[in-house]
Write a new protein. Sequence first.
Length: 437
Amino acid sequence: MTAEILIMNREAVALAADSAVVLGFESSHKVFHSAKKVFALSKYQPVGIMIFGNVRFMGVPWETIIKTYRDQLDNTEFDKLIDYAKDFLNYLDNNTRLFPEETQLNYGRRKIFYYLSNIKNEIQTQVKNQIENQGSIDYYKITKIISETIASHYSLWSECKKLDIFLKSRYEKNIKIKFNEIIDSTLKVVFQKLPLNHDHIRQLKAIALSLFIKTNEKYTKLLAKSLTGVVIAGFGRNDVFPSSRSYLLESVSCDKLKYTLYSEGDITHEKSVCVEPFAEREMVDVFLLGGVGYFVRYHAPEFNTILEHAIERESDIGLKNEQKKKIMKLVPDSFDHISLESNASLNQIKNMISEIPKQELAELAESLINITTLKQRFMVKDETVGGPIDVAIITKGDGFIWIKRKHYFEAKLNPHFVKKCFGDKYEQGKITYGNSG
């Protein structure tokens, strides 16, 4: 997990991120507090990028990907912020230097194996439960469980539309050609001696193909730890106010990136503020909505269900139906009142954020990451949020400016690095190190 935030008003963008990263080692894991998650996307233009989720993409560190892109971008300038986002995503397409064909095939194979194994595990769990509850299970019941489980997944994927990015390309045909044999061999490895008929195999093949061209909420949750979120924010040449775009990136297959739009934010004459947390967002929402407002927004439906069940269980206390209905109506009415107050408070905070100077915008972003870190520090679990907080401000005139930034080295010990970033200006004493990267 990580804690990151984007705050925008009409003057500036503030980006802030913690430094925690969880690395897995077989059955265990280790938390480090030195990851870089905020970068300047361009050395020359007012655009930044922030990473949440996996710190590598298909085995390549995001810092490497971003800085090789930045070298290619050089001083190119685009009219709109979204054009920077599109150009960065296009850079990941057809980039066999970063993602060779064999790597693409391996990641595609892992994706197929992982999802099909999930289906098999569901089947095995149901069979095990049947044996524990009934003492035995016959062949007919096993085949029925197999058919129903596969059919439910097949139905889920059949109802999903192809992602727009794949509608006008030969991508689907290329996937079939490249992965047909891999799908067949993976089916044999995963399901082994399970009694699959021709219809089962047809459906499983269709599901495996859908993994490359479609997506759904259940699949996204299943892959959560392997996905990377990318937030791109700042100004294009013709942008008066800042904008942001964030995406969830999955993998590259057949030289085509599979991604989905996660969120978009545009500051306009009508909309003056945007506050968006990424990954660990609970404490930011509590700050904005208030504790009770947070509860109502995220937990009111389940509370109503619990209350309804409790009233039914305690029917022996003599409550009449009319009394039960009044109680069940009283709670939602109270929640509606709390929601109104919470929204009023939220609007006051947003109105203030829309007017504060860029320095206070950076301070607010850092503070919201700090309270998330503080909460994690006193919880009985791994501190998956923490470490130094990197904070950057982006404005139309000044560009990308670091407010706080961690370093793993001392600049005075590495003059060659500083010279590489700033050239002759550094040797002439016109620049002091601190704003590269």
